[in-house]
Design a protein around this ligand. Structure first.
Ligand code: NAP
Ligand code: F7E
Length: 319
């Protein structure tokens, strides 16, 4: 039985990836941070099937011990301080966790299980002020936040450990991917949750930042398949994972209100406090390489995704 170790197993992607790997017959090990209240909400339905180990990306010894004890065949590094606005409030922490944390886990692999295959959760935020449209594996990076900068470091250290130590290390450059399990502060979930609350009469307005920003959004359940596929290839490599479609935040907001028969203009207020010090105006990825080599494609459309999220938020709040 193959063993997979997932950091960030309590996060959105960690929960979908754990489900996928369990279905494929893997023994799944997940790293969790100690906290004063338990945080297993996203994995509660598979909690008894995962072996949890305590650790933190800022703590080398916990990573060393985890790799030494588990001796995993595959390691998926999904843990990060992943919310872009927080990276301006906590830039040093973000660099430590999201950037240096990658080196720490690679070091643990190099020392104790160098033949483990490694997946790094890189991000389209590395493209930031885009240098090419659409963005491919060859597009230059120009990050626009401490988060984006930390991810560029994580990307290159992954490439470097592959080239220096021959570790089977892959970097998946994933564009925004969402789901009903998305954190409430990210724009899609913030909108679908607010729309459901407005429909149910629980709140009266939705405060938004820059509605002109454009993103390439897909479904997290589709995107974790690409992570696994990367580690099943003969050679390690880097891949852009994206839908290849672009939509504005405004379109997202209007669509979500349309699904519940309301008009966005009656409820949305622009709030300057929600604008970012430096914005990523537009992102659109080319999934060509992933299509050709991994046989991967984004299946859930933008409109299906938003509908799924609105419906799930209505169900959760209604019950
Ligand atoms: P998420 O929901 O924010 O989950 C982040 C996970 O990291 C959580 O399990 C969190 O644990 C854990 N974590 C945070 N700090 C940690 C630390 N110091 N040590 C150990 N664990 C820590 O993120 P996601 O959306 O699933 O994204 C997964 C990964 O993909 C992240 O690296 C993210 O940056 C990257 N990414 C995401 C997207 C996207 O659109 N979702 C796109 C590109 C790349 P707690 O539960 O204890 O907080
Ligand atoms: O913002 C605009 C905001 O926070 C998207 C992370 O998973 O994807 C995510 O990063 C856009 C931005 O995601 C609000 O200014 C307007 O332009 O949902 P978001 P993000 O910053 O793109 C990448 C790929 C990652 O790697 C990250 O980990 O929406 N926007 N008004 C707003 N955004 C938020 N959050 N809240 C608003 O009120």
């Amino acid at each position: 039985m193959k063993k997979a170790f997932i950091t960030g197993v309590t996060g959105q992607d960690g929960s979908y990836l754990a489900e996928l790997l369990l279905n494929k017959g893997y023994a799944v090990y997940g790293m969790v941070r100690r906290s004063s209240v338990e945080n297993y909400e996203r994995v509660h339905h598979i909690r008894d099937k995962i072996v949890f180990t305590q650790g933190d990306l800022t703590d080398q010894s916990s990573l060393d011990e985890a790799i030494k004890e588990i001796m995993p065949d595959e390691v998926y590094n999904l843990a990060a301080q992943s919310f872009v606005p927080t990276s301006w409030n906590q830039p040093v922490l973000t660099s430590d966790v999201t950037g240096l944390g990658v080196t720490r886990i690679l070091e643990a692999i190099r020392k104790y299980k160098p033949d483990a295959k490694f997946y790094q959760a890189s991000s389209s935020e590395m493209f930031g002020k885009v240098q090419q449209i659409p963005q491919t594996e060859k597009t230059s990076f120009y990050p626009r936040s401490p988060y984006g900068v930390a991810k560029v470091y994580g990307h290159w250290i992954t490439v470097n450990y592959r080239e220096s130590y021959n570790i089977f290390a892959c970097s998946g450059i994933l564009f925004n991917h969402e789901s009903p399990r998305r954190g409430l502060e990210f724009v899609t979930r913030k909108v679908t949750n607010a729309v459901a609350k407005i429909k149910l009469g629980l709140v009266k307005e939705l405060r938004m930042g820059n509605m002109d920003a454009k993103r390439d959004w897909g479904f997290a359940g589709d995107y974790v398949q690409a992570m696994w596929l990367m580690l099943q290839q003969d050679q390690p490599d880097d891949y852009v994972i994206a839908s290849g479609e672009i939509h504005s935040v405004r379109e997202l907001v209007e669509l979500a209100f349309d699904f519940v028969g309301l008009k966005a203009k009656d409820y949305v207020i622009t709030d300057q406090k929600l604008f970012r010090p430096a914005e990523v105006d537009q992102l659109i990825g080319s999934p060509e390489k992933a299509r050709k080599i991994l046989g991967w494609d984004s299946k859930v459309s933008f409109s299906q995704l938003i509908q799924m999220m609105v419906e799930e938020d209505l169900r959760l709040l209604g019950s």
